[in-house]
Design a protein around this ligand. Structure first.
Ligand code: FAD
Length: 117
């Protein structure tokens, strides 16, 4: 089957959106279990990502730049960095990671707090 660059790019945008939004919602002070869950998620994401070439590249990158899962800031900063590595390889503009703060909003308001009550 022929490669479909439009579908591949659409999958990439959707995936990055979820990826960065998860980081933005990761606890500022995660438990060990939270951190393990995120690390495992990232490893499985890299392994199961549907575009095989992308997945191979990304898995190589995880070896070089292991996921930072100690806090929200470190996870979001790491994700921004690795996305920029992909941007560089694909000759795309580099994102200013200092601006990652409010960029990814899940739109879910205070649902977590409500659940906790
Ligand atoms: P995208 O890179 O999809 O970014 C979407 C939006 O995210 C941007 O418009 C910008 O607002 C924001 N953004 C950009 N950089 C950052 C950053 N560093 N941090 C936070 N936000 C940012 N495509 C290939 O052709 N070959 C590959 O090998 C390949 N590997 C991939 C590996 C993974 C794990 C993923 C998720 C995608 C991969 N892709 C690959 C897809 C590729 O990265 C793009 O998603 C796709 O080309 C669409 O690009 P885009 O210009 O719309 O912006």
């Amino acid at each position: 089957k022929l490669e479909n660059a439009t579908a591949k790019a659409e999958l990439g945008r959707a995936s990055w959106k979820l990826f960065h939004t998860m980081m933005a919602r990761f606890p500022e002070k995660p438990t060990e279990d939270d951190s393990l869950a995120l690390k495992t998620y990232i490893q499985l994401f890299a392994r199961l990502y549907p575009c095989g070439d992308c997945a191979r590249h990304f898995q190589q990158m995880l070896k070089q730049y292991p996921p930072q899962v100690g806090s929200r800031n470190s996870a979001a900063g790491w994700a921004c960095f690795v996305h920029n590595q992909v941007n560089e390889r694909l000759k795309k503009p580099i994102f200013d990671c200092a601006k990652i703060g409010d960029f990814y909003d899940c739109g879910c308001g205070d649902d977590d707090k409500k659940k906790a009550e």
